[in-house]
Design a protein around this ligand. Sequence first.
Ligand code: AMP
Length: 633
Amino acid sequence: MKAIDSLSAFHQWSIDDREGFWGEQASLIHWHKPFTKVLDYSKPPFARWFVGGETNLCYNCIDRHLATQADKPALIHVSSETNSERILSFRELHKEVMRMAAIMQQLGVGRGDRVLLYMPMIPEAAIAMYACARIGAIHSVVFGGFAALSLASRIDDASPKLIISADAGSRGGKVVPYKPALDEAIERSEHKPTHVLMVDRKLAEFTRIEGRDVDYAAMRLKHINAEVPVTWLESNEVSYTLYTSGTTGKPKGVQRDVGGYAVALAASMKYIYCGKAGETYFSSSDIGWVVGHSYIIYGPLLAGMATLMYEGLPICPDAGILWQLVERFKVTVMFSAPTAIRVLKKQDPAWLTKYDTSSLRALFLAGEPLDEPTAKWISEGLGRPIIDNYWQTETGWPILTVAHGVEKTPSKFGSPGMPMYGYDVRLLDIETGEEVGTNQKGVVAIVPPLPPGCLQTVWGDDKRFVSTYFSSVPGKLVYSTFDWGIRDEEGYTFILGRTDDVINVAGHRLGTREIEESVSSHPAVAECAVVGVADQLKGQVAIAFAVLKDTAKGESRAEREALEKEMLALVDKQLGAVARPARVYIITALPKTRSGKVLRRSIQALCEGRDLGDLTTIEDPQVLRQIEAAMRP
Ligand code: AMP
């Protein structure tokens, strides 16, 4: 490989000579059949990487390491919820994955079929993902915190042959049953899966539907000696879809390939995370999010590392649990979210030094803005380097950060860093599409082709892929991240927040539109607006403003409180607690422009005590005053 020790030169090479650059990175993984073309960009903005090459994610994560480290840990599972621990070596994981793959095959799942996972953080969830990858089935993991309605829309979009679930998850010692929500979702959805494979953790009783529901433990025994060969897939076949929120109520299925994703992750393990075979990687995320896919399931094992999968909160049984795990498993690379650190910041700082965390090369934080006080607190408390990552579900791996595997560029608090190799990042004026100057605010955009690992398209909707992501900057075919950014003289980019109505609560991306639809489904509600409001702990929280059909119904405080409770319960039931607004204020009217557009930005500014900006377009300025009054304690 070319030896380049400057990040900017490395980046330049990746943009000037995409095929040469990625052609070299491709040797980081195993190819069953070599590709004939590194990049096919004949139909912009659709990029096809490593055309004609055949590979397999499961093979690269597991089988490939059997010759050299079969008995080393591959999957370390710790649950502080059930007080359990399980360590699977590469050899054991290989066996379990083949058993799961055999079960799937018996249930009729084959190449290209969708398997939807609605699961807590248990080893079987990881095993199921690798098993899908092994046989070429497409997994679609739905975060366990989502409820029936969210799940139903994802079932309809993915149309899975099989759903894999479990009796329950657990959060802070409280059992969260999964089966009732799943049954309700399947009842609501138009598409019906042929089978539901149930992992019974014996946490919650559940009803079984004859002929449809299948018991995992019994099936596993049946296939205990299964040997399921790898299905070699063309690089551009689909590995998975993962739903993410946007500005419409309908979630988008981010679709990813096989070969490009494998190469991108392997390269990131080398240049960004600097993990080595035989070491342990610990990402405290959930498999329901993109970080879970890239850096719990695939990335670490691609590099021959063990992955530590943790079910539990960062403060249970105590605020030292994460660092205790680092010490016990000699974690060298750790990945978490700023919210988790802000939760820890409220605890005794002595927890940070109680355990030996010297094995940690760096702690990576991503998913939401990393504020300077939090970054300083954790970096000083741990005495380990903190590295901010900026990326999205769509990209699958970091867009902006520093790459210590290329050059030891210093970090700047408040900035994730520089554009990563492969990403031609520009800051553009949203009106003119022209590049903005140093220290000027612009939309963070990426000139296509997007590098390997990024979404191929929106599942089942190529048009939406183009119209959503490539049509918002006038006159230019560029990918919009929908984030504002600013670049300083030294080339560090700072992220300033979203350009759209997507909000980020505790690192979870939520569409305000989905929450609005849920609140509006309450029979008493005429219309509703949801905005994201700055919050010290969660980054942002959702606040809802609802106008009643019969305004007289919300006149007394008791009536308003009762209605608010009902609406919150409705969101919990439909979307899940993750989407629950912090408050629902009952008001008499929403502020709108003369053309009828709800002025969400003004409501947001009001909630955050900021200047309300230009109000010349507002139809009735009195409405904002009424909202202010409603929010007074
Ligand atoms: P998701 O697709 O759920 O990972 O959300 C992606 C969005 O989260 C981005 O578009 C940003 O708005 C935000 N985000 C992620 N990482 C960072 C970061 N390091 N700094 C600032 N914002 C971030």
